[in-house]
Design a protein around this ligand. Structure first.
Ligand code: GLN
Length: 512
């Protein structure tokens, strides 16, 4: 087996036995990236030198018998919205194209403490808004299974680099499905933890009550190990759960006895691709063979998930993104040209004797904000800011935002009720397999429907995972979505492991 094919768990045992060094492993990943990322476009930045230096340092520590972290010497990719001290962090936006954070996010610090080797930063939809990575202002990412197709999004680069075997571990973030949908499109594993399980300190916020950072990998075991390395209480994030973090990697291989699986009747209706449905039903049959009991359940408010999410997420985004104004943060327009244009406008109003026009003119400061934001943000981000500003404005707040919060509560209560009867809820991750690049870019609503099955877990704050569970006749991966009650990631990982022991979907790889 080539080094790039190995899982993190396999690499760790080879590193521990001295069979390979971290420098060799890291170099294998860097070579793989150099060879194939031209076609895939998963990375916005590759940090060759830093990665090799870290790998050499870990090798030295290992040789000297020093204490080593959980991921000692294993290459990891990071979505480019996690602050990395001294390294550009762009959110795939022109707004932050040159932003170098003065500090690292908690998750990055934890990975460094775990002795992981960070090899690069991955492409994404701008500010994590989107489901195809086509909203990136800085590059295109394609699906390694077929480069005419999108990898999903917003963690499209994160999923694509795993599928293309460029790294064994990759960090994503999920506000409404951005870890799980790309995992499903690329045939890898992606877990959105419980809200509060992983610190958001140093994550550039999209919608703060929904955002979660989570692990992506090719196997359940690796996902468990990776989550263990990044999770845990952090006093710097006031929403971080102050609970002990289980050792996920120690329990992942323990099968779940008497598992009760909930099938949501609302999940199998209109809009679901028939081949996706077939794979999901076959996966459920695998669990039945393993002794699980299937229970039909209903989540009656699920149908309001998309509407609720697309009010709450843009509302929070409009508030979070207010800081990018060219003064506090972000791209600033060219001031000399801006002032010249403002002067010309003034002269035109004066020549026309337009008093009102003169009165309504921007001050230079307001014009600087306005123009910097107009230049820095892409169309989808602007759409969200406008939507969110509208739903939060006086007169509409009650009708939209407040109502959405009430529906959010009902969605959560549906889950509370369902989890009295079942242990996990199982269904499709996305309504369809990967789609053609460009096919949904002019239809935002079609793009929003990608999140049909995933947004409710974010609204309820519960953990959810996507694992590969089949292939379409066209050779594209299908993802199985599993949801569990808050703080029960362990249950999802064990269920995923059980499935992977029985099947080989996760071992399939695209030929590049
Ligand atoms: N596709 C969803 C959106 O565009 C989810 C994004 C995410 O989870 N970051 O908002």
């Amino acid at each position: 087996m080539a080094l790039y094919e190995a899982s993190a768990t396999q690499l760790l045992s080879q590193l521990e036995s001295g069979e390979v060094t971290s420098v060799e492993v890291t170099q294998a990943c860097l070579d793989r990236i150099r060879e194939h990322d031209g076609a895939v476009g998963a990375f916005l930045k590759v940090m060759d030198e830093k990665a090799l230096a870290k790998a050499a340092e870990v090798d030295r520590k290992r040789k000297a018998g020093e204490d080593l972290g959980l991921l000692a010497g294993v290459p990891v990719a990071v979505k480019d919205l996690l602050c990395t001290e001294g390294e550009v962090t762009t959110c795939a936006s022109k707004m932050l194209e040159n932003f170098v954070p003065p500090y690292s996010s908690t998750v990055i610090k934890k990975l460094e403490a775990a002795d992981a080797v960070i090899v690069g930063k991955t492409n994404m939809d701008e500010f994590a808004m989107g489901g195809s990575t086509e909203n990136s202002a800085l590059g295109k990412t394609r699906n390694p299974w077929n480069t005419d197709l999108v990898p999903g999004g917003s963690s499209g680069g994160a999923a694509a680099c795993l599928a293309a075997q460029m790294v064994p571990l990759s960090i994503g973030t999920d506000t409404g499905g951005s870890i799980r949908q790309p995992a499903s499109f690329c045939g890898v594993v992606g877990l959105k933890p419980t809200y509060g399980r992983v610190s958001r300190f140093g994550l550039i916020a999209f919608a703060s009550s929904l955002d979660q950072i989570g692990p992506m990998a090719r196997t359940a075991e690796d996902t468990a190990l990776f989550l263990e390395a990044m999770a845990g209480h952090d006093p710097q994030d006031s929403t971080s759960a102050n609970v002990a973090c289980p050792l996920f990697s120690k329990t992942v291989d323990q099968p779940l006895e008497g598992l009760r699986i909930g099938l949501v009747k609302e999940h199998f209706g209109e809009g679901l691709d028939s081949e996706v449905e077939k794979s999901v039903r076959e996966a459920v049959a695998v669990y039945e063979k393993l002794g699980a009991k299937v229970v039909d359940i209903s989540l009656p408010h699920n149908k309001y998930g998309i509407a609720t999410y697309y009010i709450i997420a843009p509302s929070e985004a409009s508030s979070n993104l207010a800081r990018f104004d060219g003064a506090h943060y972000g791209h600033r327009c060219d001031e000399a040209t801006m002032l010249e244009e403002l002067q010309k406008e003034k002269e035109a109003f004066e020549a026309a004797g337009d008093e009102l026009g003169l009165k309504r003119m921007d001050t230079p400061l307001i014009r600087m904000y306005r123009q910097s934001r107009a230049e820095g943000f892409g169309p989808e981000v602007k759409r969200r800011i406008m939507l969110g500003t509208y739903t939060l404005s006086a007169g509409y707040y009650d009708a939209f935002y407040l109502k959405a919060l009430k529906v959010r509560r009902l969605i959560r209560e549906d889950y509370d009720k369902a989890f009295k009867a079942v242990d996990v809820i199982v269904g499709p991750t996305a309504p369809n397999p990967a789609f053609a690049a460009g096919s949904k870019t002019n239809d935002p609503l079609a793009m929003y429907l990608e999140d049909l099955y995933t947004v409710t877990a974010n609204l309820a704050g519960i953990p959810a995972i996507s694992i590969p569970c089949g292939m379409t006749s066209g050779g594209l991966p299908v993802g199985l979505h599993m949801q569990a009650p808050a703080l029960e990631e362990d249950r999802l990982l064990r269920a995923a492991y059980m499935f992977q022991k029985e099947t080989a979907w996760h071992a399939k790889t695209p030929s590049l």
